[in-house]
Design a protein around this ligand. Structure first.
Ligand code: ATP
Length: 333
């Protein structure tokens, strides 16, 4: 079902934690709420779930205003940070915990949704951490909730496991047709998994949109540097051209002429022969296989990190020239 959070405020003691947070998630979409530690993500999730009351604003699931209802009447499924399965109950009984008796078919259906068909008889300690997290998802999906909330659900998993569990969780949510909210401070997780990203800062959602639009058209410099990497340089804008130490560069959008800053993405830097562009010295090369990141200290002391192809030919200590390709993001002062 569609989830609509409108202008929610919440204080603890005298501290305002949510300052008018609004969020819309369309039916069947997975939205990631992305923000730094302490910005209010978990509080927002707990308010949607009904574990915390709100001071003002509203939460609607489908057509229903739920902010006055207790958690069990909201039809919300929750996947916590750690699977938190009952250790003495089988996987199937964990999944069926909130269901009426005689729900064996629904339990098996949910295990199938998360790719664990046939594992119902196992005990939690007999399956991997990633599988436990998928059981927690099956448990959340079992009562057919209107909205599924996932609170940093991959935190307890090690890095190598995370990526595959992420894919499986996304696929299961899509198979179930669930409307879901994923809270995370991991931008790669948000950008790669979600249909929409809501960037949260100091108790507010400051931008909502597709992962591509939030990356390519950030609302302000704060979003530009939080969502993706950027080198920020002083610049002056005039008629859609921003001039900075790396040259005069076309802007992504025309703005008011004047002073401000440009945010340059790693994939915009091009490494060239010395003599072309801004001169610098290669400090570090990180090789990732399909691509690489080359850190260059320019003679101006500005440090840039360029994403290049995997067949990188540079070595630390090489002299290079650096230019910038494509339109740049300019933010007026
Ligand atoms: P993290 O990513 O670290 O989990 P978060 O974005 O989820 O952070 P919240 O857990 O929502 O942030 O916390 C936001 C602020 O509200 C923090 O400063 C926190 O200390 C405060 N806070 C949260 N719950 C309570 C509470 N029950 N009583 C008092 N303060 C609280």
């Amino acid at each position: 079902m569609r989830l609509t959070v409108t202008d929610v405020t919440k204080s603890f003691g005298g501290t305002r934690v949510l300052r008018g947070a609004s969020l819309t998630v369309e039916e069947g979409d997975l939205a990631a709420v992305l923000g730094p530690s302490g910005c209010g993500k978990t509080t927002l999730l707990r308010i949607i779930a009904g574990f915390e009351s709100l001071d003002s604003g509203s939460v609607r699931i489908g057509d229903r205003e739920v902010s006055g209802l207790p958690p069990e009447r909201r039809k919300v499924g929750i996947v916590p940070q750690e699977a938190a399965l009952f250790p003495h109950l089988s996987v199937a009984r964990n999944v069926g915990f909130g269901l009426p008796r005689g729900s064996a078919e629904r339990i098996e259906e949910c295990l199938e949704l998360v790719g664990l068909a046939g594992l119902g008889a196992r005990m939690p300690h007999q399956i991997s951490g990633g599988q436990q997290q998928r059981v927690a998802l099956a448990r959340a999906l079992a009562p057919r909730p209107g909205v599924v909330l996932l609170d940093e659900p991959f935190n307890a998993l090690d890095r190598s496991l995370r990526v595959s569990v992420r894919d499986e969780v996304r696929a299961a949510l899509k198979r179930a047709g669930a409307t879901a909210v994923l809270v995370t401070h991991d931008q790669e997780e948000a950008l790669s998994m979600a249909d929409t990203v809501a960037v949260m800062r100091e108790g507010r959602i400051v931008q909502e949109g597709s992962p591509i639009s939030v990356y390519a058209e950030p609302f302000d410099l704060g979003v530009a540097t939080f969502v993706g990497e950027a080198v920020v340089l002083a610049a002056t804008s005039d008629h859609g051209v921003a001039s900075c130490e790396l040259g005069s560069l076309p802007q992504r959008t025309n703005g008011v002429p004047g002073r401000g800053r440009v945010a340059l993405r790693p994939e915009q830097f091009v490494l060239r022969e010395p003599g072309e562009g801004a001169a610098g010295l290669v400090e570090r090369v990180e090789f990732f296989g399909h691509d690489a990141a080359v850190t260059v200290v320019l003679d101006s002391e500005t440090v840039v990190r360029a994403r290049t192809r995997g067949d990188v030919l540079h070595r630390p200590g090489d002299r290079v020239g650096v230019t910038v390709q494509g339109p740049v993001l300019f933010f007026p002062e």
